[in-house]
Write a protein that binds this ligand. Sequence first.
Ligand SMILES: *Cc1c(COP(=O)(O)O)cnc(C)c1O
Length: 365
Amino acid sequence: MIPLVDLRAQYRNLRHELTAAIDEVVNSQVFVNANKVRSFENACSAKFGVENAIGCSSGTSALFLALNACGIGPGDEVIVPAMTFIATAEAVSACGAVPVFADIDPGTYQLDIASAENLITSRAKAIIVVHLYGNCSDMDALTSLCRKRGLALIEDCAQSHLTRYKSKAVGGFGAAAAFSFYPGKNLGAFGDAGMVVTNDAATASTIRKLIDHGRVGKYEHSIIGFNHRMDEIQAAVLLVKLKYLEEWNACRRKIASRYCERFQTRGLKVMRVAAEIECSYHLYVVEVSNRDEVIEAMTAAGIATGIHYPKPLHLQRAYSSQSRNIRLPIAELTSKRLVSLPIFPALTEAEADRICDVFLENSKK
Ligand SMILES: *Cc1c(COP(=O)(O)O)cnc(C)c1O
C-alpha cells in the first residue's frame, strides 16, 4: 500500500540522531518549555526570517494565541476562508469572536481576496489567511487591503513551512503567524506541537505570558493565560528535523511537478501556483468529476488518497447557526471535486509514475 504520507521512511533515516536527541532530554529530566524549546525557537526565527518565534503546544493553540495577543475578543469578527481545517475557525471562536467565512479562488484554492473584502463590516478586526496545501495568496494585495481597512493579518502556516512569496518565507507578512508541527505536517513532531511567530516585540511578550499562565514570576501572574507550553522532547525532535526541511520540500516539489506535467497534458485541472511562489506542497490536490470512482480504483490498486476537505466550514453543523444563508459557490464546488494524492519526500519516482498511471486511467475531468 502506498500511504498518503509515510512517516516511517523519514524515521528510519534519522533514527539514531532522533534517539540521541530524545535521550539527552530524558537524561536532563527537564521536560517542559526550557532549553530545547529556546534552541528550537532560535533556529526557527533564523530559518523563517522572523524576529520572534515562540514554541507552544499545537497549531490550534498557536492560532488562538496569535488572535488573543492581537486583542481579538467578544464582539469581533474575523474573516477566514471556508476551505480549511476547522482549527482556523475554532481559534476565532475560542477567543469569543465570530469567524466569517469567505470563498476561495478557483485556481489557487486560497482565500478569495475580493470575497474577503466584501465581508468587512465595522465589527471586523482581522483576516486569517491560510496558506493551504503549501500554496500562498497574493500577499501584496492582502497586506495592502488589511492596512487600508485597519485589520490585523494573521497567517495560518500549518501547511506552509518555508513556502516562499517573492523569496520571503511565509510567517512574517502580518501581525502574527501560527505553525503546526502535528506529525503529518511538512515538519512534524512526535506528538502535538506548534509555534507562533511575530515581528512585533510587544505581541511576542504577551504571547510568552499567555502560554504559561500569565506568569511574570514563579507565582506572579500579570494576565490570565493558560497552559499552551511546548515539551522539551518535541523541541528536540523538531530541532533535528528542521535541518532537513528545505531538502524535504524540494523532494515534494519534484514529485508535484511530475504529477502536474502528466495531469495537465491530459487536460486535468491542477492547483495554480503563481510564478512568485515557492510552494511547499504539504498536499497534492487535483480536481476530478468522478471522485468516488477514482478513490475506489486507487484503493483497489493499493494507493491511498485523501479529501482535503469534503465539507467547507460554513456547511459544518458546528457553524450552522451562524452561516445558515451563506453561499460560497467555489468552496462548495471544489470540496466535491478535489482529491489528494500521496506526496512525501521518500516517495520514489516509480511509485509516483504508478500513482499517475492508475489515476489517469480512472479520472474524468
Ligand atoms: C493542522 C492544521 C491546523 C491545526 O494544527 P494542530 O497542530 O493540529 O492543532 C490548523 N490549520 C490548518 C490549516 C491545519 O492544516
